[in-house]
Design a protein around this ligand. Sequence first.
Ligand SMILES: Nc1ncnc2c1ncn2[C@@H]1O[C@H](COP(=O)(O)OP(=O)(O)O)[C@@H](O)[C@H]1O
Ligand SMILES: CC(=O)OP(=O)(O)O
Ligand SMILES: [Mg+2]
Length: 398
Amino acid sequence: MSKSIAVNAGSSTLKFKLFDMPSEEVVAEGTIERIGEKMGHAKIKYAGQKHEDDQPFGDHGAAIKYLLDQLIALGIVQNYDEITAVGHRVVAGGEYFKDSAVITDDVIKKIDSLAEYAPLHDPAELMGIKAFRKALPNAFAIAVFDTSFHAEMPKKNALYSIPYEWYEKYGARKYGAHGTSHRYVAAQAAKMLKKPLEDLKLITMHIGAGASITAVKNGKSFDTSMGFTPLAGITMATRSGDVDPSLVAFVEEKAGMSSDEMIDTLNHKSGLLGISELSPDMRDILDAADKGNEKAQLALDIYVNRIKRYIGAYIAEMDGVDAIVFTAGVGENSIPVRKLVTDNLDCFGIKIDQEKNQCRGVERDLSAADAKVKTLLIPTNEELMIVRDIERLKKEAK
Ligand SMILES: Nc1ncnc2c1ncn2[C@@H]1O[C@H](COP(=O)(O)OP(=O)(O)O)[C@@H](O)[C@H]1O
Ligand SMILES: CC(=O)OP(=O)(O)O
Ligand SMILES: [Mg+2]
């Protein structure tokens, strides 16, 4: 018996799961939230116990140090040597990493060189890789890339209608993200539908703080809403999603902003937060909209509209759909958002049963009896995919 850990650094969170392998039993798991904010929060579950801390985590480095310290302090492991393998989530793998990779000095250099493709994520993930390498020098370590699932997307969907040489010279294309999550929920959907994944057309909606929608056709990523970086696509907690690039240049000029300031604003001060001028958190937006706050209502309306827009687009692109899937923070937990997104989609055969929709964080078929297209709720499990890739790459390395 050995232990493997999956480390998942998001834009503002650090999540982990420690598994006993090969049983895949979770022996400890936790989340450190609101990294970089005035006050952060850590929650770790292990051996039937729960440990919580309110303290600031200045950056992902601080969160990683805390996690490594707590593994020993809480007695989750007596010694780091008990953890024989580590899998790190890395958002941007460019066109280079079409599969997960065993971490070497060269792989670290390559990830570093790709950091511009996911500026909110890759630097934090590299910090994690380096800190774990130092603490667990003998562990088998791999990187699992969000972009791998989208790497072979058809060119007609991956390329922008811009000069072709930009793709050749600079790698200017759509890379997408959240691939590990889309891959997991698509496979689970096939199990729930009792059909081979290869025969299905699915729309998987990963809607958390970062959010993306993927058209999964015959088990492969066919199109996805995120773009060159995770800034594109639907409205997110603080990210704008799609905008006309001319508007960007226009506001830069009018407001005297540098392009760095602009990208920072589109990443951190836009989305739900930007429109509502209130909060990036969907729970706050729903509460405020309920109480009649007009900007919160508008933020909610825009958010729902963008998701519907991509559902419609992907049904058209795939020439139909068998099931749509809700996952991630908002998708798994928000009953009202699932209702609003699926309202008035009868024309596509999508209709949910409002009773079945009264649930959170469970795997469930939400479809109404007369729906032609299934609506599924599937909690994501990026960490399970990561440890499964550890096992696969270990075998391949032998
Ligand atoms: N009950 C809920 N209702 C609405 N939104 C929720 C609820 N619970 C969590 N969320 C949202 O989920 C988001 C976090 O999702 P998650 O997938 O963990 O994000 P990420 O991995 O992008 O950091 C938060 O922005 C929060 O607003
Ligand atoms: C790519 C991305 O947006 O990731 P997260 O949702 O974890 O921030
Ligand atoms: Mg995430």
